[in-house]
Design a protein around this ligand. Structure first.
Ligand code: 3PG
Length: 221
């Protein structure tokens, strides 16, 4: 990496570390209706969760993220399911504070390494992690966390990659989140268990607030 990119990487890392202080639990949110966005974000914030991941998986995703950014200032909105450099540009244009991907393609890593936006690429293998590190990304999403080897896999990756910091997602729930967060190389853990599609469809905001509170208690416990 040249000097300019290294400086950009350090500044991105500092910003990301600041954002992650609002963690360590990140609800992974998929919205089908824009009108659910603001009440859902308020329900999560009321339950103690401010660091959100809005996935780009539905036609409603971008407008939902924009509505939350506009109307719920306590929420720290990240855009997830960023699959291409264009998605990353979209996330930036929306005013997201950070972006995440389930993977780490060469195109995406290159585009993200030239951007000031904090970005968390996804990795499931040592080689993918090496590609992320080579582009200046030390904090990565471990996805799909449980299916890709679970806690033993992350413990194993700590050996050759002591500098790597992980945000596992994929199969994490209220029962196992505490075990993931207990790993010294885990800085945050995320998942959709806090705001399931069925709870969002039912507009069960109180249930979601209760699940958020349970998640916060599990993380502290
Ligand atoms: C993600 O993008 O992080 C996952 O879809 C979350 O996985 P989960 O639904 O198993 O929590």
């Amino acid at each position: 990496m040249d000097q300019d990119l290294t400086a950009l990487a350090s500044s991105r890392d500092r910003t990301l570390a600041d954002l992650l202080r609002a963690g360590p639990i990140v609800p992974v949110i998929t919205l089908e209706r824009v009108e659910d966005a603001v009440p859902l974000a308020r329900a999560l914030v009321a339950g103690g969760l401010r660091l959100l991941e809005i996935t780009l998986r539905t036609p409603a995703a971008a407008d939902s993220a924009a509505a939350i950014i506009r109307e719920v200032p306590e929420a720290i909105v990240g855009i997830g399911t960023v699959l291409t450099p264009k998605d990353l540009e979209r996330a930036q244009a929306l005013g997201a504070r950070y972006a995440l991907s389930p993977g780490a393609t060469p195109d995406l890593l290159q585009a993200a390494s030239r951007s000031a936006m904090p970005f968390i690429p996804g990795i499931a293998t040592a080689s993918e992690l090496m590609a992320a590190l080579a582009h200046g990304f030390q904090t990565v999403k471990f996805f799909p966390a449980v299916a890709a080897g679970g806690i033993p896999a992350l413990k194993a990756l700590a050996g050759p990659f002591p500098q790597a910091r992980f945000c596992p997602t994929g199969g994490i729930d209220e029962k196992n989140v505490k075990d993931w967060l207990a790993l010294p190389n885990v800085v945050a853990a995320g998942g959709s268990w806090i705001c399931s599609t069925s709870d969002i469809r039912a507009q069960a905001w109180d249930t979601i607030t209760a699940k958020a509170k349970q998640a916060v208690a599990a993380a502290q416990g």
